[in-house]
Design a protein around this ligand. Sequence first.
Ligand SMILES: CC(C)(COP(=O)(O)OP(=O)(O)OC[C@H]1O[C@@H](n2cnc3c(N)ncnc32)[C@H](O)[C@@H]1OP(=O)(O)O)[C@@H](O)C(=O)NCCC(=O)NCCS
Length: 255
Amino acid sequence: MVLNYWLELIRLGKPFRVLRRTPRQRLWTWLPNLLETLVTKFDERIFIHQSSYVDPGAKLGVHTSIWHFVHVEGGAIVGENCNIGQNCYIGNNAVVGNACRLGNSVAIFSHVELGDFVFCAPYMVFTHIDFPRAAVSRREVFVKTLVGTGSTLGANCTVVPGIEIGTGTFVAAGATLTGSTADWSLMIGTPARHVGWVSAYGERIALPLTGQGSWTCPHTGDTYVLEDKSLRRIAGPDDLLSYKPGAKLERRVAV
Ligand SMILES: CC(C)(COP(=O)(O)OP(=O)(O)OC[C@H]1O[C@@H](n2cnc3c(N)ncnc32)[C@H](O)[C@@H]1OP(=O)(O)O)[C@@H](O)C(=O)NCCC(=O)NCCS
């Protein structure tokens, strides 16, 4: 299987495309990439389905699973305990944090960065060029998109380039996110509007959009404090969003 992988890469010219540099530069790029790829390939804590391509140089964390027909490019970084669904693409300079879940057919393009515990539902779309034109290359001016820890991007939603998605934001299915969001906000519609708040556990928070108040999650003991227009989470004893590096993640089962 490993041999097939390399033969296929050679057939596609991939190792050589990366390496159009001086012989010495080639060696310094190719050797560590090759070693890392082999380590990843043989690390039993990482699952890569045989139909998927993980290009040399890509970094995958332990306990991550890459399912069918996925392509991870050489400069991509994928954290630990991630689940990458069928038909996903993760580009150069894309970063996927720890414990993220990508549903089927999600593309994390270059310059998109996900924090930990980000859920990208099937067929949601990131973008990284504001005004694309087929006749003009804008590869050098990709715009960065940052997705905060614990966010959920609902099925079939679209995120325009260059925005910052706050911690724990919940974007509804089919929404179009056109601006940065407040932490724990529920964003619905096209263009998406801030209509409420959602907890880290995944339930509506009974607080208004503005004012003062607090609410405690019955599942986790987290307390959410509303101060004017912003909501702050004080993690309870059972913090769902605290990540323990290296350990296999046991996800909480909803009741
Ligand atoms: C937003 C969401 C969580 C529903 O939240 P909710 O608090 O239960 O909302 P309700 O069903 O009570 O609806 C409240 C209002 O929002 C509207 N609404 C709900 N979801 C909506 C959506 N995705 N887009 C547009 N409007 C929506 C409802 O029609 C309703 O409008 P009304 O007040 O005019 O009748 C849900 O619709 C959603 O999008 N979940 C994400 C699903 C997903 O992507 N899963 C992926 C993994 S499979």
